[in-house]
Write a protein that binds this ligand. Sequence first.
Ligand SMILES: Nc1nc2c(ncn2[C@@H]2O[C@H](COP(=O)(O)OP(=O)(O)OP(=O)(O)O)[C@@H](O)[C@H]2O)c(=O)[nH]1
Ligand SMILES: [Zn+2]
Length: 202
Amino acid sequence: MRDVDVDDEAELAPAGVDRPRIEAAVREILEAIGEDPDREGLQDTPKRVAKAYDEFFAGLKQDPGDMLGTTFDIAHEELVLVKDIPFYSTCEHHLVPFHGTAHIGYIPSPEGLVTGLSKLARLVEVFARRPQVQERLTTQIVEALMTHLSPRGAIVVIEAEHMCMSMRGVRKPGAKTVTSAVRGQLRDSSTRSEAMSLILHG
Ligand SMILES: Nc1nc2c(ncn2[C@@H]2O[C@H](COP(=O)(O)OP(=O)(O)OP(=O)(O)O)[C@@H](O)[C@H]2O)c(=O)[nH]1
Ligand SMILES: [Zn+2]
C-alpha cells in the first residue's frame, strides 16, 4: 500500500480567496440592486458571502493527485463503480449553482492499482468546487483517473440541474443535463453498456 497524506476532514481546505475584495464587491452589488448594505440584516452579508466563496471555490487550490495518492495493490480486473455521488458546483457563466450526482467507474490497471472508494468522491469535490461547466467537470474527473491510476478504462457520468436554467433565463426547473466521458476499455460497447446499465439501473 502506498500512502500519501490526505486531509481527513470531510471538507476541502478553504481556497484562500481574497476575502476583503469579495466583501467590497458584494457591498457594491447590494448597492447596485438598490439595497442598503448597512441595514441590520445585510451588515454581515459581505463577510458571509466571502466565507462561502472560500468553500465554493476550495477546489481551485487542490491537486487531484493528492486525492488519489492512497492506492492499494488489489488484483481486480473488473469494473469498480461508485455511483450517486452528490455534488454542488458553480456555473461559470452565471455564478449560480448547478448540482446533481456523479457516477465514476474504472477497470484497474494490470498492476492492480486501486484507490480508496472515498477518494473518488473527494476527486469530484476537487473539480466541482471551482467555477465550472458540466462538460469540463466530467472530462477533468476522467482525465485525473487516467493520469493517476492508469486504469484499463474509466467512465464518468454526471447528471445535474442548473439553477441558471431553473430560476432565471429559460426557467425550466427539473430539466437534467447528462454528460459522460469514457476512456480506454470502457469505450468497448459491451463494457460500456454494462457500466451504463449499472449506473442507470443499479
Ligand atoms: N454547455 C454548457 N452550457 C452551460 C452550462 N452551464 C450553463 N450553460 C449555458 O451557458 C449559456 C450561456 O449563454 P449566454 O447566451 O451567453 O447567456 P444568457 O443570455 O444568460 O443565456 P440564457 O441562459 O439562455 O438566458 C446558456 O445557454 C446556459 O444554459 C454548462 O455546464 N455547459
Ligand atoms: Zn449558468
